[in-house]
Design a protein around this ligand. Structure first.
Ligand code: PLP
Length: 402
């Protein structure tokens, strides 16, 4: 009998990959599926970036690189953060890793152990809670509120901090809600954190350039956090590079050597050609990335009113990322039932809000990184499903008695 570590029983997963597998199985059986479950841009990586990767291979960049990432890439990261946020950081603080996920894994494993607490957004990216539990730490959910556009209340977050808190995870613009935390809330949070110098902060800003309303305030712009802030970012979303596996963390000077040691124990370095492609992404023309954001904005302009017109459904306008997170409580169906029945009966792949934590009950996540035609077809199918399920009648009844 093989004996796995207890830790393995604590590790969760990302439902998106399970739903994707089921959707693919249905497609193999000949079913036509509209896939809105996976969180990746439906665009190809811009050609000048692909060309840089190709050239790196042709030029013979086939070996290991330094573990933290080639210097021109780390310099490009720092220059890009200066362009975007006006901050001056050092390339020595940057650790290039295979995808955004790796920075979160390292940060959580660096701080989490039995007897400690890590605060994370809920509903939020499912890997936060999964890896916190894996580390042995207690996962303390920070609830996000629909009434606040899925931002948090800084006072509520500060009240969650105890002497055992080691790390606070923030994510804006957010997955799965599209919520953007206003600067005023961040100001209050950062001011309050001065009373808790034992708490490190990991700010996941991977959707930082996908913004439709308001402004994205990077946590890097608060100098008072400089010695305890880990910035998570990467190329996956902004440059449609999910398959290249390229991301980075910016670490406080004191932590960067620890993060690098984790990298050397884990993956040694990121593949060289992807690193060269990453330089082209950050230093090349910005139009392709801007065109993508403009396309997402147009789709958002279609999908949110269309969802709001469905019976039993209401949906706040997401400020960023490319997800709609409608409230479906008016349908009388649970999130999980809705996810399953929409896929099996209507051929629309979505994710239940509960795939993103317990506070996601009553919601559904739809990725609008899909063509307008596909989005219109999804809305038509969901509408048909709700009608067959008798939702309109139930909603009217609820209104009549309410
Ligand atoms: N952080 C958030 C909030 C995400 O939604 C994702 C991917 O969906 C990631 C990090 C991970 O990105 P990557 O594919 O670069 O590992």
């Amino acid at each position: 009998m093989l004996q796995l570590s207890h830790r393995m029983s604590q590790l969760g997963t990302e439902a998106a990959f399970q739903v994707l597998a089921r959707a693919s199985e249905l497609q193999r059986q000949g079913r036509d599926i509209v896939n809105l479950c996976i969180g990746q841009p439906d665009f190809r990586t811009p050609e000048h970036i692909v060309e840089a990767g190709r050239k790196a291979l042709a030029d013979g960049h086939h070996g290991y690189t330094v573990a933290n990432g080639i210097l021109p890439l780390r310099e490009a990261v720092v220059a890009d953060l200066h362009r975007r946020h006006g901050v001056t950081l050092s390339p020595a603080q940057v650790l290039v890793v295979p995808g955004g996920k790796v920075t979160m894994f390292f940060a959580i494993m660096m701080f989490g152990e039995a007897g400690t607490e890590i605060i994370y957004p809920n509903p939020g990216f499912p890997i936060y809670e999964s890896v916190i539990r894996f580390s042995g730490a207690t996962a303390v959910p920070m609830p996000l509120h629909e009434s606040k556009g899925f931002s948090f209340s800084a006072e509520e977050v500060l009240a969650l901090i105890t002497p055992r808190t080691r790390l606070l995870i923030l994510n804006s613009p957010a997955n799965p809600t599209g919520g953007v935390v206003p600067k005023s809330e961040l100001d209050t949070l950062v001011a309050g954190l001065e009373r808790h110098p034992h708490v490190a902060v990991m700010s996941d800003e991977i959707y930082g350039e996908m913004l439709y309303e308001g402004t994205h305030t990077s946590l890097t712009t608060y100098p008072q956090l400089a010695d305890r802030l880990i910035l998570l970012d990467g190329w996956s979303k902004t440059y449609a590079m999910t398959g290249w596996r390229l991301g980075y963390g910016v670490w406080p000077q004191e932590l960067v050597a620890h993060a690098e040691r984790l990298a050397i124990n884990c993956h040694s370095c990121v593949n060289a050609s992807a690193q060269y492609a990453g330089i082209a992404a950050l230093t090349g023309p910005r139009e392709p990335a801007e065109r993508m954001v403009a396309a997402f904005a147009e789709r958002r302009g279609y999908i949110i009113p269309a969802l709001n017109a469905l019976p039993g459904v209401r949906c706040v306008n997401p400020g960023g990322a490319f997800y709609a997170f409608p409230n479906i409580t008016g349908t009388g169906l649970t999130s999980r039932t809705m996810q399953t029945r929409l896929l099996e009966e209507a051929g629309v792949a979505t994710l239940s809000g509960t795939s993103f934590g317990a506070f996601g009950e009553g919601y559904l996540r739809l990725s609008y990184a899909a063509s307008l035609e596909m989005l219109a077809e999804a809305v038509r199918r969901i509408g048909g499903f709700l009608e067959r399920a008798g939702v309109e009648g139930r909603r009217k009844a609820a209104k009549a008695t309410g």
